[in-house]
Design a protein around this ligand. Structure first.
Ligand code: GLY
Ligand code: MN
Length: 462
């Protein structure tokens, strides 16, 4: 846990950003896999963790903005529970660690909220993404579950997003710890990914590394020789010489901060000429995009810059023709780069996505572009010092998409379909790093993970 004062200050600031009423933050419950006593590994809600720091199930926090009081609602373990789960500090002792002086059994939460409702006070709560918490809100606030999404507090969402978006020194250190774990995962994968090895052996080893460091994966590992599928979670392929595997993976630090790193690995230890050419284009796009990251720059323009780089590289290879700027205007890049260049990262790998992507990545004036490809860009707004973002360009040859565009004669003036046809068996290349926006520019966070063609080949043939 961070020092007590960190949590006190975070809540104090939040209180000043909401006009009046109660701020009601629900922690998570255990989530059963196949029966109640057999749960998935517990993951606390990230906003609850940010403001209250307590990493246990069954808690709720209430901040009274007008009275300037705070209370954690939860229950101490019964002796019956201690028999199975061992002793735990009392709730009031846990609360002391985060500077909350008031705690109360969860049975009292309903009364507190009801009293506020009867007085006509506002109760601010965030969007919910778990069914059990949705039902809790339905019961506690008498709002039908289906209505809950329409009753969330925009004022609270905006306040939480503003605060969590700017990472403090201690948060950046945590993210770097998570990247150190990703370094071990990535370099282990480079060593292990050899002909005759199943993808799942590598994915399993990487998950083991994440767990051994006291955290967990920050998202389900994408490790696949079919890297053209952007989020490929299937790990059943046997790898063979000539394949390349996209390894998009990351871990959480013990305090829950994420890393998210992608490398593309040659299974035989060396890239073919064709693979090198595509890799070099993606590498150059990433390098130029990272270089463009600085305060005041709109990330949608960095996405555009990366798209230009990709298309101009593909033009040199003969896959794209015509003026590359006009080609990108026409959306040609989305035949090869169907997703966004990056996203915010913090306690969530797609930071705060559960609060609403547009609150996190866009503003009232910088709106999401609804066009294919552009609409998957999670972050478009101006960058600020303290943002932690990913920069992850890629080139993906998706046979079904190529067939469709070709049949529709889409962007025919810019795409050399005969040349593109030959890449339908290529797969994909993605390179991703985690970047801190600093006052003067940017810093690539964490230890250097092999990234150039030579570095990746060397690490992969070790
Ligand atoms: N690392 C997975 C993603 O960014 O969507
Ligand atoms: Mn990512």
């Amino acid at each position: 846990m961070f020092p007590t004062d960190v949590y006190i200050q975070r809540r104090k600031r939040l209180r000043t950003q909401v006009q009046s009423g109660l701020i009601f933050l629900l922690g998570n419950e255990e989530s059963p896999m196949n029966y109640p006593d057999n749960p998935y590994s517990f993951r606390q809600d990230s906003s609850f963790l940010y403001f209250f720091g307590l990493d246990f199930p069954g808690l709720a926090g209430v901040i009274d903005v007008d009275e300037q009081t705070e209370c954690i609602f939860g229950d101490d373990l019964t002796v019956d529970e201690i028999i199975w789960m061992g002793p735990q500090p009392a709730l009031k002792d846990k609360c002391a660690e985060i500077g909350v002086t008031q705690s109360s059994p969860s049975s009292k939460l309903g009364d507190t909220l009801k009293a506020a409702i009867q007085k006509g006070r506002d109760i601010h709560f965030l969007p919910q993404y778990r069914g059990d918490n949705l039902l809790k809100i339905e019961k506690l606030l008498a709002i039908p579950a289906a209505e809950v999404p329409n009753r969330v507090s925009e004022e609270l969402i905006r306040a939480v997003v503003a605060q969590r978006s700017i990472k403090s020194e201690e948060e950046i250190s945590e993210i770097e710890l998570a990247i150190d774990i990703a370094y071990e995962m990535q370099t282990t994968a480079m060593k292990m990914a050899k002909p005759g090895v199943y993808e799942r052996e590598v994915a399993g080893a990487m998950e083991g590394i994440a767990l051994a460091h006291g955290g967990r994966l920050s998202f389900p590992t994408i490790f696949s020789i079919h890297g053209e599928t952007l989020h490929n979670h299937y790990h059943g392929n046997l790898m063979k010489a000539g394949d390349i595997a996209v390894n998009d993976s990351g871990a959480e630090s013990a305090l829950g901060y994420a890393s998210d790193i992608t490398r593309t690995i040659p299974i035989s230890g060396e890239f073919s000429q064709r693979q090198k050419e595509i890799y070099a284009i993606v590498f150059d796009a990433q390098r130029q995009a990272i270089q463009a990251v600085k305060p005041g720059v709109e990330f949608r323009n960095v996405h555009r810059l990366a798209s230009n780089c990709l298309v101009s590289g593909l033009k040199e290879l003969g896959l794209v023709k015509g003026d590359f700027d006009e080609a990108v205007d026409a959306g040609v890049h989305t035949l090869f780069f169907q997703c966004g260049l990056g996203h915010m990262m913090g306690l969530d790998v797609h930071d705060m996505e559960g609060l609403g992507e547009d609150y996190v990545g866009y503003t009232d004036t910088i709106k999401r572009n609804p066009e294919f490809g552009w609409r998957s860009l999670r972050l478009g707004k101006e960058l600020e010092p303290g943002f932690v973002i990913t920069v992850e360009p890629g080139i993906y040859f998706i046979p079904e998409l190529i067939d469709r565009w070709k049949a529709e004669r889409k962007c025919e003036a810019f795409v050399n379909y005969d040349a593109v046809e030959k890449y339908k068996d290529f797969g994909g290349v993605r390179i991703e790093d985690d970047i801190l926006v600093t006052e003067s520019g940017r810093r690539i966070l964490g230890k250097h993970i092999p990234r150039t063609i030579d570095e990746v080949e060397e690490a992969s043939s070790a």
